[in-house]
Ligand binder design. Structure first.
Ligand code: ADP
Ligand code: AMP
Length: 217
């Protein structure tokens, strides 16, 4: 199963991706997670990406696409994958289509997580991320049992630099300008399905899995 999750920053893509991917036994491929890992490990890729991420801008397409292509070529992605945070603009979507076509494959579904602007701001401003395993928490909506400590792995929780107010505003503009056009692009391809991503996390997961079962054969 080859699926893309799309939606504004804070829509819950990462949160849902971990549950959906484990339910379907396919890898979750999150470009944001891969970039953050590389930034903290100080790799060349991390150095190329850092300034763009800090500003809330997109990392250049050639860097991002090369990284995704090599990730999707790995063994565990051969039976499918769930992309979270990629593609982020129409040129990336076109390139992904070409890469998959060269491998005799295509995307089966693009699942749009639909949440309004105010909810996205509430979610992003309270997000805390585990330094060790990358799991996202929320200070009000999904708090860990001990403040600033990840329940899953005991890692330290921190607020992402790009989750500060100024950068949040810019990332939402970038979403509107560059990523939102993907919605009509994939609608035109006949593979877009939007689901209501408000309400409890489990309810959203249930809606997502239902949609996947209905639309992906
Ligand atoms: P994205 O990957 O789309 O940027 P995340 O999955 O990181 O978004 O979610 C953003 C924040 O919102 C996180 O702090 C997460 O805990 C919280 N969150 C995710 N889903 C829900 C939900 N259904 N209700 C309330 N908060 C949520
Ligand atoms: P995310 O974790 O998805 O919110 O992504 C965090 C940051 O990583 C973004 O603000 C971008 O700077 C960068 N990034 C993630 N995915 C992409 C992508 N597909 N294209 C370009 N930049 C990306």
């Amino acid at each position: 199963m080859r699926v893309v999750l799309v939606g504004p920053p804070g829509a819950g893509k990462g949160t849902q991706a971990q549950f959906i991917a484990s339910h379907l036994a396919i890898p979750k491929v999150s470009t944001g997670d891969i970039f953050r890992y590389n930034v903290s490990a100080g790799t060349e890729l991390g150095q190329q990406a850092k300034a763009f991420m800090d500003r809330g801008d997109l990392v250049p397409d050639e860097v991002t696409v090369a990284m995704v292509k090599s990730r999707l070529a790995e063994d565990d992605a051969q039976s499918g994958f769930l992309l979270d945070g990629f593609p982020r603009n129409v040129p990336q979507a076109e390139t992904l289509k070409k890469i998959l076509a060269d491998w005799g494959l295509k995307l089966e579904l693009v699942l749009e997580l639909v949440v309004d602007h105010d909810e996205v701001i509430r979610r992003l401003s309270g997000r805390r991320t585990c330094r060790k395993c990358g799991r996202n928490w929320h200070i009000a909506f999904d708090p860990p049992s001990v403040a600033d400590k990840c329940d899953e792995c005991g890692g330290e929780l921190f607020q992402r630099d790009d989750d500060r107010e100024e950068t949040i505003r810019h990332r939402l503009e970038v979403y509107q300008e560059q990523t939102q056009p993907l919605i009509s692009y994939y609608a035109g391809e006949g593979i877009l399905l939007g689901i209501d991503a408000t309400g409890p996390v489990d309810d959203v997961t249930e809606r997502a899995l239902l949609a996947l079962r209905r639309f992906v054969r």
